[in-house]
Design a protein around this ligand. Structure first.
Ligand code: NAD
Length: 246
């Protein structure tokens, strides 16, 4: 794969998990990286431009893009997992998750698109999940609704700009070993009064491969979609889930 020396990349939620792994990979491949996160202290150690950014704040997004752009690549990684059924979902939960998981991407894409269109090149990668329109997963009512919306937005953007040099794809991971996944295991163990090991085992059993994914494994897919090697790909569904949804 060619190095990404000529690419400027904007990442959201780059402080930990998949976003961090992607930021590290982009840096290693020579890209000019602007790593952002709600908690800027989590960005420490990344050798790139670092900015605090709450993706639910539209003017903050516009400011970062104005000051740090133009960008060739946008990786929309920020997202939150709401645990529960339809009956567990309060209106404020709905608003919080849709603001963070969906509306934020509308704003970031709107912010970067004008300069991408001017230069007739850009690759946008949106973080979805197998828990979406791909697969019905128990206790993921709200999360799946938001991640299915990401798929719709991604395909629509891909269709609108396919002849203008812009590509837009989404990645759909299964379960990945990240700080928030570990926190979900701990929380579920407390809620259900079941030992953490048993909860973790149940997550692991979902993957026929017998393990959960590693953030780097998802990051390599993101790197591919950002690179020119994937130039024939847009509006695509990239499932990466250890065989969970096959
Ligand atoms: P994580 O959940 O452990 O970390 C999330 C990061 O997002 C943190 O650094 C946090 O500070 C940041 N963040 C939270 N709110 C923010 C906001 N308002 N603005 C900007 N940043 C904010 O990381 P993860 O588990 O790798 O998840 C990243 C993405 O991958 C999410 O969209 C998630 O839905 C998706 N995903 C994760 C898994 C998994 O099993 N971990 C599976 C499929 C999809």
């Amino acid at each position: 794969m060619e190095r990404l020396d000529n690419k400027s990349v904007l990442l959201t939620a780059a402080g930990q998990g998949i976003g961090r792994a992607a930021a590290e990979l982009f840096i290693r491949e020579g890209a000019r990286v602007v790593a952002t996160d709600l908690h800027p202290e989590l960005l420490e150690g990344l050798e790139c431009q670092k900015r605090a950014l709450d993706v639910t704040d539209r003017s903050a997004i516009e400011q970062v893009v104005y000051e740090e752009g133009p960008f060739d690549v946008l990786f929309n990684c920020a997202g939150y997992v709401h645990h529960g059924t339809l009956m567990d979902c309060r209106e404020e939960d709905w608003d919080f998750s849709f603001n963070l998981n969906v509306r934020s991407m509308f704003w970031t894409m709107r912010a970067v698109l004008p300069s991408m269109l001017e230069r007739r090149q850009g690759s946008i990668i949106n973080m979805s999940s197998v828990a979406s329109s791909i697969k019905g997963v128990p206790q993921r009512f709200l999360y799946s609704a938001t991640k299915a919306a990401v798929i719709g937005m991604t395909k629509s953007v891909a269709a609108d700009y396919v002849q203008m040099g812009i590509r837009c794809n989404a990645v759909y991971p299964g379960t990945v070993d990240t700080p928030s996944w570990r926190a979900r295991v701990a929380a579920q163990s407390r809620q259900e009064g079941v030992p953490e090991d048993r909860v973790r085992e149940a997550f692991i059993r979902r993957q026929p491969m017998g393990r959960v994914g590693q953030p780097e494994e998802i990051a390599y897919l993101v790197l591919y979609l950002a690179s020119d090697e994937s130039r024939f790909t847009t509006g695509a569904v990239y499932v990466i889930d250890g065989g969970w949804s096959m």
